[in-house]
Design a protein. Structure first.
Length: 232
């Protein structure tokens, strides 16, 4: 992958919050003037949203992957469109719980995986913003979220356990009224194959593997500043 370094290099160690703010600021350069902006969910994206007013004139409207982000955007005066009113977005900016060298991701730690996948599917470009701890050689260290309709939780849990996962039902209801199973202990060497398999199971809304539609750009917050990674 091609790598470049964001010009604002830190002079001293930064806290995780400061790194998130720095990588979110680097993402502002990817906002396409005049096109709908896709906004993800999570603590790093919160840092992005807080800085969007600086480039308000570039953003005619947004689409959001969660009620949480929608409320935050609207509180700052941004127009948030329903996804059904949008054919495409110029760029989708979101975080990841893990991302590998092939730009496949595990997402859904915040519970918004289905809506995140929908927005990503119509984005011309997906920019992932994350701190250095999220970059891994093999996905699976972070428990894999699987959103399911409630009556399928038991059946899907048994199928995940058959793959060797330790599965827990999260005490959480998604924005879609569904439940999330977190599957720990998997070593995901072929994320595209596993994404297709789990998505085919009855009762699965979506799995938090973003491999068929991975990131186009990774902005990674490191001790040396923000590093930019792109597929070769």
């Amino acid at each position: 992958m091609a790598i470049s370094t964001y010009s604002e290099v830190v002079a001293q160690p930064l806290t995780q919050t400061e790194l998130k703010r720095l990588v979110a600021r680097a993402a502002l350069d990817y906002v396409v003037p005049g096109e709908v902006l896709g906004v993800g969910t999570g603590s790093t994206v919160d840092q992005l949203i807080d800085q969007l007013p600086e480039i308000r004139d570039r953003i005619p409207a947004c689409v959001s992957s969660s009620e949480r982000s929608t409320k935050r955007l609207e509180a700052l005066g941004f127009k948030v469109l329903d996804m059904n009113a949008v054919e495409s977005v110029g760029v989708y900016i979101d975080g990841a719980d893990e991302i590998d060298s092939g730009f496949a991701m595990v997402k859904g730690g915040g519970g918004a995986l289905t809506r995140e996948k929908i927005v990503a599917s119509v984005a011309k470009k997906f920019v992932c913003i994350a701190d250095a701890s999220k970059k891994v050689d093999v996905l699976g260290r972070f428990p894999l979220p699987v959103e399911v309709i409630p009556m399928a939780a038991g059946a899907v849990r048994r199928r995940l356990e058959a793959l060797g996962a330790e599965v827990k039902l999260r005490d959480f209801i998604t924005d879609n009224g569904c439940r999330i199973l977190d599957a720990a202990g998997l070593s995901i060497s072929d994320p595209k194959v596993l994404e297709s398999e789990i998505n085919s199971w009855p009762g699965v809304v979506t799995v938090g593997l973003f491999a068929h539609r991975g990131a186009d750009v990774l902005l990674l917050g490191t001790a040396e500043g923000v590093k930019t990674f792109r597929p070769e």
